[in-house]
Design a protein around this ligand. Structure first.
Ligand SMILES: Nc1ncnc2c1ncn2[C@@H]1O[C@H](COP(=O)(O)OP(=O)(O)OP(=O)(O)O)[C@@H](O)[C@H]1O
Ligand SMILES: [Mg+2]
Length: 375
């Protein structure tokens, strides 16, 4: 790392272990190394691991030498298998789903496991220019020398094509349609022309692309059918059971908490279960026992939001409490996640609070805490 803190992009080569949020290939370097050593199955050209080992990296397992691979993705095995297999074909992978279903998370870990580098990333926004996908120019050089290979600044996708790596495009449907269309030729012809130089960059074996798109953003910039045909779409579901969701939240909170130097939350499992219950019931529009119908608030109440509510609660408990996660640390966060629209959502929340929370065994403290922050 240089004095100004700039590291070479590409976590595996230049990332610093002290980063607030290290790239997947750095954070899980030991697991990836153990998998590579144990992996005797055929690897597609330029892949760091075989598809089997990539799936094991994502789903977790124990290797013959005893190394424990932590699960990164909790969900149906088939989904992971289809996603990994797609990357070994000539079709790109589109991860689709409602917010907070681990699309970005899976994309990062797939790229880390397949190519050892998850940083060849284009972030899709309404302002993403075509150059972000193709290439730009070093203007000083361009003015001095005219267009030349030296003056060209390849974008992440171009670099991935040239080096046979995995490129990532986040929030594909937020990009303007004409920018999305840049991907069509690139994905079908596997080449990126550079008309200024009369040259092209041809993708080599190992190149593929993972895009993510959010269900809720549909309609912002719909994916053209021409582009959609270039992708295999994998829809990531919300966690199937409350147990799965509690497991995901507990794992991520432990990871995030340790990177923020927060104490572990062994007594916090009850609180995690409670957030997950509240979020699931409101999301589903019915209580867990199926007896009471509920109105759903406008927010998504995703697993990702549950993770951040618990992390904030833990920080509150650490800095202003005795370090034990209690209902009072959670209430404000939960209320904030549920009540997005101050008018309509507040009514939904009040009704839930009075008809469900108030009557539930063992939820008295939580009810009181919610009344306090909600007043
Ligand atoms: N099934 C799951 N398995 C493991 N982690 C999960 C799962 N679902 C959600 N998460 C966790 O939720 C967090 C947020 O996920 P992520 O940011 O990837 O969501 P996303 O689908 O990209 O959402 P958005 O549409 O808002 O971009 C991650 O920390 C991830 O670990
Ligand atoms: Mg995302």
């Amino acid at each position: 790392m240089s004095e100004n803190g700039i590291t070479t992009a590409g976590g595996a080569h230049g990332g610093s272990g002290e980063a607030l949020r290290p790239h997947a290939e750095v954070a899980f370097a030991h697991e990836l190394a153990a998998l590579a050593a144990a992996d005797d199955r055929p690897r597609p050209e330029r892949w760091r691991l075989s598809p089997w080992a990539v799936a094991t990296y994502l789903l977790g397992g124990t290797l013959a030498d005893g190394t424990v691979i932590t699960p990164k993705y909790v969900g149906p095995r088939r989904i992971v298998e289809v996603a990994v297999t797609t990357l070994a074909t000539d079709r790109a992978l589109l991860l689709l789903g409602v917010p907070g279903t681990a699309k970005t998370w899976m994309s990062e870990h797939l790229a880390a496991a397949v190519s050892g580098d998850s940083t060849l990333l284009v972030q899709g926004t309404a302002g993403t220019p075509e150059e972000a996908i193709r290439y730009g120019w070093n203007y000083a050089r361009l003015l001095a020398q005219g267009p030349s290979a030296d003056a060209l600044v390849p974008g992440p996708v171009m670099r991935a094509m040239a080096q046979g790596m995995t490129a990532r495009v986040e929030e594909l449907t937020r990009m303007p349609a004409d920018v999305q269309d840049t991907l069509i030729t690139l994905l079908s012809e596997k080449t990126l022309p550079i008309p200024e130089l009369g040259q092209e960059v041809q993708a080599v074996h190992g190149f593929n692309l993972i895009a993510t798109a959010n269900d809720r953003d549909r309609g912002v910039n719909d994916l053209s059918s021409a582009l959609r045909r270039r992708f295999n779409t994998v829809v990531l579901p919300l966690p199937a059971t409350p147990e799965d969701e509690v497991d995901i939240v507990a794992r991520r909170v432990a990871q995030i908490g340790s990177s923020l130097r927060l104490p572990p939350a062994p007594q916090g499992t009850d609180e995690i279960r409670r957030v997950v219950t509240v979020f699931r019931e409101l999301r589903d529009g019915v209580t867990a026992d199926g007896r009471t119908k509920l109105k759903s608030p406008s927010g998504t109440l995703s697993t990702a939001e549950a993770i951040s509510v618990v992390t904030s609660g833990l920080a509150l408990a650490t800095h202003f409490g005795d370090g034990v996660l209690r209902p009072g640390d959670m209430a404000a966060g939960i209320l904030g996640a549920v009540v997005r629209d101050p008018a309509a959502d507040r009514v939904v929340w009040q009704e839930y609070l009075e008809t469900v929370v108030r009557e539930r065994d063992g939820w008295k403290d939580f009810y009181r805490a919610c009344r306090e922050v909600g007043a």
